[in-house]
Ligand binder design. Structure first.
Ligand code: ADP
Length: 336
């Protein structure tokens, strides 16, 4: 598909260039051949008019322009113009093919990305749907299914439905942030954002007896409030999820040269060097997180976080040590 689109685009480039080039060549040929004919005619007329009167004897000293020579010049001019046009055709064909490739490259990347996204999303949706289906089928076949067991089944189904809802919510969020529109950028208060984010994860922290220390300074920045709250909920949620009971999560901030540096530190399981290279990829989860019971997720949080940071023209960095903890550092411009 990409190759045929590239050939088509090259064809269009060539058509435009050749139309312009041929139009110019025809015009140049017309003007020059008219001029040659005019010179030859003027000279012939002068001779014919002046000769009988004997007025200009020096006219004999002027060279006579041979009409054959004029025709030959016109033919040469035509051949030169055809050669030039063939040269333009070949050069613009090669250049056009190269430029068409460059023009289509980002579109190809986007299309590839989208089809990968659809494949990944359907793959992730299939797993809970299959387990939901088989669970229902097995229980329907069970002739002795009683009320307590049916309730148990419904509870388990509900859990799967919740997972599916969480996944579809996150897929929608990711698509929205990728579209990069509809966000309102205004002056926002960092401390307020952090307080809102902490409120959303406090129950999770309490369940694991984790203390979230909010050491954020009251700094103002330009941004979309809801997206920034979402960003910190993702980071805090991960910090709590991937920490053992009773540890601390600390959030700090400092202002450096027009930037705000925010650090979310945890004392959790840490991330290996190999995983750090991939954690911002969609649907990526380290093997540890996949196998660990009770740690839910689909590997979408950090890719959403990255989209939000990109939208705010910021940067995110991770430092981590296995079984010691991780530090997610976010750099956001104060104004841009
Ligand atoms: P999810 O948490 O839903 O799996 P994320 O995109 O938020 O997805 O994170 C991707 C992966 O990065 C996680 O599966 C986990 O392996 C790792 N990770 C993220 N944050 C932390 C953290 N604070 N401590 C340890 N591992 C983390």
């Amino acid at each position: 598909m990409f190759e045929s689109a590239r050939f088509k685009l090259t064809g269009w480039y060539l058509l435009i260039i050749m139309l312009i080039s041929i139009a110019f060549s025809v015009a140049i040929y017309g003007v020059l051949s008219n001029e040659l004919t005019r010179v030859e005619r003027v000279q012939r007329l002068r001779r014919e008019r002046l000769l009988p009167l004997g007025l200009q004897p020096n006219i004999f000293r002027q060279p006579v322009i041979d009409p054959e020579l004029i025709n030959e010049s016109k033919n040469r001019l035509r051949s030169i113009l055809i050669l030039i046009n063939l040269g333009i055709l070949a050069t613009s064909g090669i250049l056009g093919y190269f430029l068409a490739g460059r023009t289509l490259k980002p579109i190809k990347k986007m299309v590839d990305e989208q089809s990968r996204f659809i494949t990944d999303a359907s793959h992730e949706l299939r797993t809970p749907l299959t387990s939901l289906k088989s669970e229902i089928e097995v229980n329907l076949r069970d002739k002795n299914l009683n009320l307590p067991n049916a309730k148990k089944l419904l509870m388990s189904n509900l859990e799967e439905v919740n997972n599916l809802q969480y996944l579809s919510d996150n897929l929608i969020k990711l698509a929205q942030y990728q579209k990069n529109n509809g966000n309102i950028f205004e002056e926002v208060d960092l401390l307020e954002i952090l307080e809102e984010a902490v409120k959303k994860v406090i129950n999770l922290a309490k369940n694991k007896k984790i203390i979230v220390k909010n050491n954020i300074r009251n700094i103002k920045l330009l941004g979309d409030k809801q997206s920034l709250i979402e960003l910190f909920v993702i980071l805090l949620d991960n910090a709590i999820k991937y920490s053992p009971q009773g540890k601390n999560v600390i959030v700090t901030s400092e202002k450096i040269d027009g930037y705000i540096l925010i650090k979310v530190k945890d004392q959790g399981v840490g991330i290996s060097k190999e995983d750090i290279a991939h954690i911002f990829d969609r649907f990526y989860r380290s093997d540890k997180s996949r196998t660990k019971e009770g740690i839910s997720g689909y590997g979408l949080g950090l890719s959403i976080a990255k989209q939000i940071i990109d939208e705010h023209k910021g940067l995110i960095k991770v430092e981590s040590e296995i079984n010691k903890g991780s530090i997610f550092s976010i750099q956001l411009p104060v104004k841009y």
